[in-house]
Design a protein around this ligand. Structure first.
Ligand code: SAM
Length: 243
C-alpha cells in the first residue's frame, strides 16, 4: 500500500496503520493502536452499537477523514436493519482519493462534485466533503436537509497543531447542526479544548483515554458538567480557543 502524498504510513502496535502528516508533523492516531483507539474513543465512546437502531438514518459527522479508519470501523457495526448517513470533513483531497481507493468497499456507487464525493450502497450513504471544514458547515447543513446529527467524531489533529478546529465558534457550529441527544467524542482532554466546548454550550464528561492517555472527552447537549470538571477548568488560567 502506497502512502498518500505528504504522508508516511506508520504501523501501530495493534498491527493497523496510521498516517504521519508532513504538514502537521503529527500522526493521525495513537501509535499504540489506530483501530483499537478508534474502537474505544469513537465507536464505544459514542455508544454506537446501542444507538444505531434508534434512528433511520443514524447520522454521523466526522471531523477529519484521514485514512478512513473511523469510517471503516463504523461500517463494521452496520447491520442490515440499520441505515447510516455518514459525513466526513477533509481538507486534503489526496486523503479522500486514498480512502476511496483503499478503504471504501467496491460495491459503493460513487459520484463526485467539486465540493464533495458521494457514495451509496444499500443501507449506507456517505458524503466526504472537501475543503476547510470551517468553510463547509453551510454545505453540510444543506446536505443534511433539516436532519440533525446523532454522533460526532471530533478527530482533528491535536489542539496544539490544529487550533482552528477546537475553537468556541467551531463547537457552536457543531452544536447548531446536532440533535438534542447527540454524543460528541474526542481523544483529547486538553483544558483549552474543553473550555471551548464548555463555552460553546456543551456538557462535558470524562471518558477513559486510550493507551497512555488517562482521559478523553465526551460532550453532550443535555445534563450538567460535573463540579469536578468545572473546578479543573476554572483552576486553569489557559483560555479557550477563539478564531
Ligand atoms: C487525526 S486525522 C483524522 C483521522 C481519521 N478520522 C481516521 O479515522 O483515519 C485529522 C484529519 O483532519 C484533516 N484536517 C486538518 N485540518 C482540516 C481542516 N481545516 N478542515 C478539514 N480537515 C482538516 C487532516 O487532513 C487529517 O486528515
Amino acid at each position: 500500500m502506497k502512502a498518500p502524498q505528504g504522508h508516511d504510513l506508520v504501523e501501530t502496535e495493534d498491527g493497523s496503520y496510521t498516517l504521519f502528516s508532513h504538514q502537521f508533523q503529527e500522526c493521525c492516531h495513537s501509535q499504540s493502536g489506530a483501530i483499537e483507539e478508534t474502537q474505544k474513543i469513537y465507536i464505544e465512546g459514542t455508544r454506537l452499537l446501542a444507538r444505531f437502531s434508534e434512528y433511520r438514518p443514524f447520522i454521523i459527522l466526522e471531523v477529519g477523514l484521514g485514512l478512513g479508519i473511523n469510517f471503516q470501523e463504523t461500517l463494521k457495526c452496520l447491520k442490515p436493519e440499520n441505515k447510516l448517513l455518514y459525513f466526513s470533513l477533509e481538507i486534503d483531497v489526496h486523503l479522500v482519493n486514498w480512502v476511496l481507493e483503499n478503504i471504501v468497499p467496491k460495491n459503493f456507487k460513487i459520484s463526485r462534485s467539486e465540493t464533495y464525493v458521494h457514495g451509496h450502497h444499500e443501507n449506507c450513504e456517505f458524503y466526504f466533503i472537501l475543503g476547510d471544514a470551517r468553510q463547509r458547515i453551510d454545505l453540510l447543513a444543506s446536505l443534511l436537509r433539516d436532519q440533525q446529527v446523532h454522533s460526532i467524531y471530533q478527530d482533528a489533529f491535536s489542539p496544539k497543531k490544529n487550533e482552528m478546529l477546537w475553537t468556541i465558534s467551531w463547537f457552536e457550529a457543531l452544536k447548531n447542526i446536532s440533535a438534542k441527544d447527540v454524543i460528541l467524542t474526542t481523544y483529547s482532554s486538553s483544558t483549552r479544548a474543553r473550555k471551548s466546548l464548555h463555552q460553546a454550550g456543551w456538557i462535558l464528561e470524562d471518558l477513559e483515554g486510550f493507551a497512555q492517555k488517562k482521559r478523553a472527552t465526551r460532550a453532550l447537549l443535555y445534563g450538567k458538567t460535573s463540579e469536578d470538571i468545572l473546578a479543573k477548568l476554572l483552576r486553569s488560567p489557559l483560555p479557550a480557543f477563539t478564531d
